[in-house]
Design a protein around this ligand. Structure first.
Ligand code: TMP
Length: 212
């Protein structure tokens, strides 16, 4: 299988401004002439969205951590087979709101599941496929929770305590330290225009690196 499109993911904690920034990234890529498929995890397919409801809803509050991890990867397997890989093969760029880094940060660092377990699932479900570029929208947990606090009814993750989100943030930053080429950290604490300046520079730098 030849993958011709590029796979870009966006990660971040609660209240990091993913939604508005994802739309901005899509517009930058389209302005550069790329055909972009925007999608999200968990979700992205009818089955994936049904799994998302199980994961984020409050029907199964006592869900075991392993079950949570396996459901994330079940949704991901479906997403890859049905949507992401076919798009990439056709030369479409895929922009995804969260991907496997979220499993390492939330289920690994947040819940305390072993990284070895997650790495095995990553290999099983994705083979060698990894995002080409990941933007990590980073900001202090307290600021993020304050921003997210104004929104509607919290989902099953949003109900976690602050120390959970501290571990998630540290987990993400650890991945960024280990893979600085792929994972670019964006400081999401200033006002939106300053955040978008950083995003724009990162995307343009990436696009230029492909022309070299
Ligand atoms: P969001 O897309 O609105 O941020 O909600 C998705 C939630 O799911 C978010 O709290 C992070 C969580 N999540 C995981 O815990 N593991 C994963 O692998 C993914 C993709 C998301």
């Amino acid at each position: 299988m030849t993958v011709r499109g590029r796979f870009i993911t966006v990660e971040g904690g609660e209240g990091a401004g993913k939604s508005s920034n994802l739309a901005f990234i899509q517009s930058l890529l389209e302005a550069a002439g790329k055909q972009v498929l925007f999608t999200r995890e968990p979700g992205g397919t009818p089955l994936g969205e049904a799994i998302r409801e199980l994961l984020l809803g409050h029907k199964h509050t006592g869900m075991a951590d392993d079950t949570e991890l396996l459901l994330m990867f079940a949704a991901r397997a479906e997403h890859l087979q049905q949507k992401i890989l076919p798009a990439l093969e056709q030369g479409v760029w895929v922009l995804c709101d969260r991907f496997t880094d979220a499993s390492f940060a939330y289920q690994g660092s947040g819940r305390g599941l072993s990284l070895e377990k997650i790495t095995k699932l990553q290999q099983f479900v994705q083979g060698s496929l990894r995002p080409d570029l990941t933007l990590l929208l980073d900001l202090p947990v307290e600021t993020g929770l304050q921003r997210a606090g104004n929104r509607s009814e919290p989902d099953r993750f949003e109900r976690e305590a602050e120390d959970f989100f501290e571990r998630v943030r540290n987990g993400y930053l650890q991945i960024a330290r280990e893979e600085p080429e792929r994972v670019r950290v964006i400081d999401a604490s200033p006002a939106l225009p300053q955040v978008q300046e950083q995003i724009s520079a990162t995307i343009h730098h990436y696009l230029e690196s492909l022309d070299e």
